[in-house]
Design a protein around this ligand. Structure first.
Ligand code: GRF
Length: 235
């Protein structure tokens, strides 16, 4: 995986100054996969709007053409594609992952971001984009994996929860952690109020994780992702 990240450094660049001359270089192309509301997709896409941000959103791929994420893509002028992922909840039908890989390759994507994509990846996507797939999860992993993480935190009685951006591997919510943000659980919280505060933090860390990746600062050593601390603020 380390090898893959090093290799990627040759593909994603930030804009750089050379003497007084501005050198325009290629931005990291992000393909976002989303199934629903699309607020994390929006956070990523809007963070990419400034020309000096090191990444741009190349496309949205969804398994749900009536997802609000599609309306967000249309509003922001981002091309989107729908794949027939099959009926089985949480799973991808035979051939669906291959179809997604085809769409991402056609869009020349460097980084894949799962922003509320409600299907588990198992095969070709992981192989094709190993070390280049991120996911946002609404808990401080490894606590509260899987669905309804905010409800799990409340029911467990946790005093602190939060969110995590991690690299995706074949495990569920188990890949190396890139960024986390903590959110206190308050006495008066219910699932809605807690989720809303966690979501604010999600929006902040998804954008930051994309920038870190695009600037080529991240590297994986075993379970640890290094290169976060020294990165410039706002990256
Ligand atoms: C977020 O809570 C994210 O952490 C989880 O799915 C939800 C997606 O929300 N993986 P949105 O579609 O980005 O608004």
């Amino acid at each position: 995986m380390d090898f893959l990240l090093h290799r990627l450094r040759g593909r994603c660049y930030s804009n750089a100054e050379k003497g007084n001359q501005a050198v325009t270089t290629q931005r990291c192309r992000v393909g976002v996969l989303a199934s629903g509301r699309g607020s994390n997709f929006r956070a990523i896409a809007e963070s990419c709007l400034p020309r000096d941000f090191p990444a741009e959103v190349a496309c949205l791929v969804t398994d749900n053409p009536s997802a609000h994420a599609v309306a967000v893509a249309e509003e922001l002028g981002i091309s989107w594609h729908s794949v027939d992922a099959g009926e089985k909840r949480g799973r991808l039908r035979e051939g669906a992952e291959e179809a997604i890989v085809g769409l991402l390759e056609a869009a020349r994507v460097d980084l894949v971001f799962l922003a509320g994509f409600m299907r588990i990846l198992r095969g070709p996507l992981l192989a094709r984009y190993a070390g280049r797939i991120m996911n946002i999860h609404p808990s401080l992993l490894p606590s509260f994996k899987g669905l309804r993480a905010q409800r799990q935190a409340l029911e467990y009685g946790a005093r602190v929860t939060g969110c995590t951006v991690h690299f995706v591997d074949a495990s569920v919510d188990g890949g190396p952690i890139i960024l986390q943000a903590a959110v206190p659980v308050l006495d008066g919280d219910n699932v809605e109020t807690l989720s809303a505060r966690v979501l604010e933090e999600e929006h902040r860390i998804v954008a930051r994780a994309v920038a870190l990746f695009a600037r080529g600062t991240l590297r994986i050593e075993g379970r640890r992702v290094l290169g976060v601390d020294g990165a410039t603020k706002g990256a």
